[in-house]
Ligand binder design. Structure first.
Ligand SMILES: NC(=O)c1ccc[n+]([C@@H]2O[C@H](COP(=O)([O-])OP(=O)(O)OC[C@H]3O[C@@H](n4cnc5c(N)ncnc54)[C@H](OP(=O)(O)O)[C@@H]3O)[C@@H](O)[C@H]2O)c1
Length: 352
């Protein structure tokens, strides 16, 4: 085990990203030391870097999606062994406003917040799982009465698979990382039809994941609304707006049935003026959030089966060469919306 490693630091609010040497950490009680083989880029990374949001403690290490190999166990860990392949979220603390993220060669993670990755899934693709899958799933299946959720029975528990065959689902932004997982979960839960919006070049891929139809997201809003309503023969029981942008939110709201469920991924997307009987839910993908603990543990425990059996597949990925040094240009591409239907991934061990 080396004593030093490379990590990508954001040194100050709005500052530059810099690769620096730092010590390899020691896992505390209940923690795992992970050799990070792959880390995926997320919109929140550029939002923290360029808008200075969420984080107040600097320097910090960005990155909230990680996958790697367990190299050391902290005291009391019995659920993992050295050599396990895992996926995990970077340690983002919304109360402390701190982040000890995944853009590093080694990091620690709480064992109870990590998922084992089966042998048939490569770790570079597994890096797309930790943030987007929980963001898709927890708001659909959380039974905690104190949080917003559609409260469906998860497809990984008895009686959940195919249960909602009489319900329709619309996923706006179906080719986003989150959208790709929502489509697959809707398929497992039995929704029919499952309509997604995306650019036409992503149609075939989204249909392979379970979308029954894909509408061109560049159509004028009114036409999109007519097309979607025609395909579902009415308004939708479930609308998941996986991008929650100014042009999608009014559409999402308009297409949700009066008693239906509308999920948004951004708090600024919660409809204010339209006081209806619709149930509006904000997705919260952070596994460490106390109200996510029970459903999160259930999801994490079922990730090996869901991926090993092919029920869910990870996002398509593009690997950026250059290791951690490639993160900055990748975030520029995310910010300028030059990434379509793909997760950008870096391999920290390749950092020069
Ligand atoms: N609440 C939470 O806990 C939480 C957690 C994680 C992320 N988020 C937020 O969720 C959002 C999505 O994150 P992500 O990582 O899944 O995004 P992403 O993969 O980077 O999204 C890129 C995709 O967005 C699609 N898109 C862009 N504008 C669209 C529009 N007007 N209509 C339909 N699709 C559109 C593009 O589709 P085409 O290329 O097909 O056109 C592209 O494939 C971000 O705003 C992120 O900050 C929230």
């Amino acid at each position: 085990m080396p004593s030093q490693q490379k990590a990508l630091y954001l040194e100050s609010k709005g500052g530059q990203l810099v690769v620096n040497f730092t010590e390899v950490p020691t896992p505390g009680p209940g923690e795992l030391l992970v050799k990070v083989e792959a880390a995926a880029l997320n919109p929140i990374d550029w939002q923290v870097q360029t808008l200075g949001v969420f984080i107040e403690r600097y320097p910090c290490i960005l990155g909230i999606d990680g996958a790697g190999t367990v190299v050391q166990l902290g005291a009391g860990v019995t659920s993992f062994v050295v050599g396990d392949r895992i996926a995990f979220q970077g340690a983002l603390d919304p109360v402390q406003k701190s982040l000890n993220g995944t853009f590093s060669q080694y990091t620690t993670t709480a064992a109870h917040l990590a998922a084992k990755i089966p042998a048939n899934i490569q770790l570079d693709r597994a890096a797309s799982i930790p943030v987007a899958l929980p963001t898709a799933a927890l708001v659909l299946y959380n039974e905690d009465p104190s949080t917003q959720s559609v409260r469906l029975t998860p497809p990984w528990v008895e009686g959940g698979r195919g249960k909602y065959y009489s319900k329709s689902a619309l996923i706006l932004g179906g080719s986003s990382s989150i959208g790709q997982y929502v489509i697959q979960l809707a398929r497992l839960s039995g929704f029919s039809p499952i309509i997604a919006t995306a650019s036409p070049h992503n149609r075939e891929y989204l249909e392979s994941l379970g979308a029954t139809s894909v509408i061109d997201r560049n159509l004028p809003s009114a036409q999109l609304q007519v097309e979607a309503t025609k395909l579902a023969d009415g308004l939708f029981d479930l609308v998941y707006d996986a991008v929650s942008l100014p042009d999608t939110l009014p559409l999402a709201n308009a297409l949700t049935a009066p008693e239906g469920d509308l999920v948004v991924v951004s708090p600024s997307g919660l409809p204010q003026s339209d006081e209806t009987s619709k149930k509006v839910h904000l997705a919260r993908g952070l596994l460490a959030t106390p109200t996510n603990r029970v459903v999160g543990a259930s999801l994490l425990a079922n990730i090996p089966n869901l991926f090993e059996g092919g029920d869910i597949e990870p996002n398509r990925i593009e690997i950026l060469s250059g290791g951690l040094s490639a993160v900055a240009s990748g975030l520029e591409r995310l910010k300028s919306k030059q990434v379509s239907g793909t997760k950008l991934v870096v391999l920290p061990q390749e950092t020069i």
